[in-house]
Write a protein that binds this ligand. Structure first.
Ligand code: ADP
Ligand code: F6P
Length: 326
């Protein structure tokens, strides 16, 4: 029989993502409404080991639903990989009476949560990363907003590249995965999408051939999306310009993809996942990650979740190839 939890903590860790605030709001409000105390931990595991912890009331999460970023701040804390530092984290939870902890972050952050679970703190992970690179879930908080921000930027780039009949090479984030690139490609009608999962498709020759073919078909501008995990967008732009004679500009969208007002879809997932995490803690669960799978909110053992195979939706990639062909 698991002991009843009275106080929970919540932290955000790793790269921030739009919708993290809406997730914090959901966790805090759900917990308070169930009669739990909630402690906010600033700056992820760094704040945990330093005791940067404060009690949260309903007002702490007022007026944040629409704000990007995270009011709890986020940090990377490499030293948390050491057992003695993890023990300090677990000790600090005890000092502040934290019996259950919600960790909003990516798979690195979940490994930290797993270590705390081994040390007796009930932990639940909520997937929060723009990259959508957590295998056990079909959705990660931040993804939809990041894609929409990037697509908005791509549409602006298309305006200017079509006026000047140029080629635009645009690099989007995603660390080692091509999810953002694939969705951006489809939603912006990009001519070429280069992702790390499809290495064969990004020989310079193939890309250049496609651009030349497009020109012969009467298409005066092109958009090439390069996933961060492929990189080299500046060099590719130079190469395209040198070989084709078509003026080409490279744009790296960078951190603007991590900001902005979360979309309605984002807030829906954030709210549902936040509530689910609190329910799991109340049920005495630990070492679990909340996931959205086949249109349902479910949970997995963190170890199982982290061990699953990650892959991008290749059908979307192939659809874009068909619909973008001029
Ligand atoms: P993300 O959570 O977005 O994948 P990181 O991989 O940078 O981001 O991880 C965020 C933080 O999680 C790290 O800075 C560290 O504090 C913690 N972390 C990552 N890997 C581990 C690990 N193996 N053991 C314990 N903590 C970890
Ligand atoms: O994981 C989110 C992400 O934005 C990745 O897409 C990118 O590779 C990385 O974080 C950038 O990290 P930083 O904010 O440390 O530059």
């Amino acid at each position: 029989m698991s002991k009843e939890i009275k106080t929970i903590g919540v932290l955000t860790s790793g790269g921030d993502a739009p919708g993290m605030n809406a997730t914090i709001r959901a966790v805090v409000r759900a917990a308070l409404n169930k009669g739990l105390r909630v402690m906010g931990i600033r700056r992820g595991y760094e704040g945990l080991i330093n005791g940067d912890i404060f009690e949260m009331g309903p007002k702490n999460v007022s007026d944040i639903i629409h704000r990007g970023g995270t009011i709890l701040y986020s940090a990377r804390c490499p030293e948390f990989k050491k057992l003695e530092v993890q023990k300090r984290g677990a000790e600090m939870c005890k000092v502040f009476g934290i019996e259950g902890l919600v960790v909003i972050g990516g798979d690195g952050s979940f490994q930290g949560a797993q270590k705390l679970a081994n040390l007796g703190i009930n932990t639940i992970g909520i997937p929060g990363t723009i990259d959508l690179d957590i295998a056990c879930t079909d959705y990660t908080i931040g993804f939809d907003t990041a894609v929409n921000v990037a697509v908005d930027a791509l549409n602006k780039l298309r305006d200017t590249s079509s006026s000047h009949e140029r080629c635009s090479v645009v690099e989007v984030m995603g660390r080692d995965s091509g999810h953002i690139a694939v969705w951006c490609g489809l939603a912006s009608g990009a001519d070429v999408v280069l992702i790390p999962e499809k290495k064969d498709d990004y020989s310079k020759e193939k890309v250049i051939r496609r651009i030349i073919d497009n020109r012969h078909q009467g298409k005066s501008h092109n958009i090439v999306i390069v996933a961060e995990g492929v990189g080299g967008s500046q060099d590719l732009a130079k190469e395209i310009e040198n070989v084709t004679g078509i003026e080409t500009r490279a744009t790296i969208l960078g951190h603007i993809q991590r900001g902005g007002t979360p979309t309605a879809l984002e807030i829906k997932h954030a709210s549902a996942m936040g509530v689910k995490a609190v329910e799991l803690l109340i049920d005495g669960k630990s070492n679990r990650v909340v996931a959205y799978k086949n249109n349902e909110y479910v949970d997995f053992d963190i170890n199982e979740g982290l061990a699953m195979d990650k892959s991008v939706d290749m059908s979307l990639y192939e659809i874009n190839k068909v619909v973008s062909r001029y």
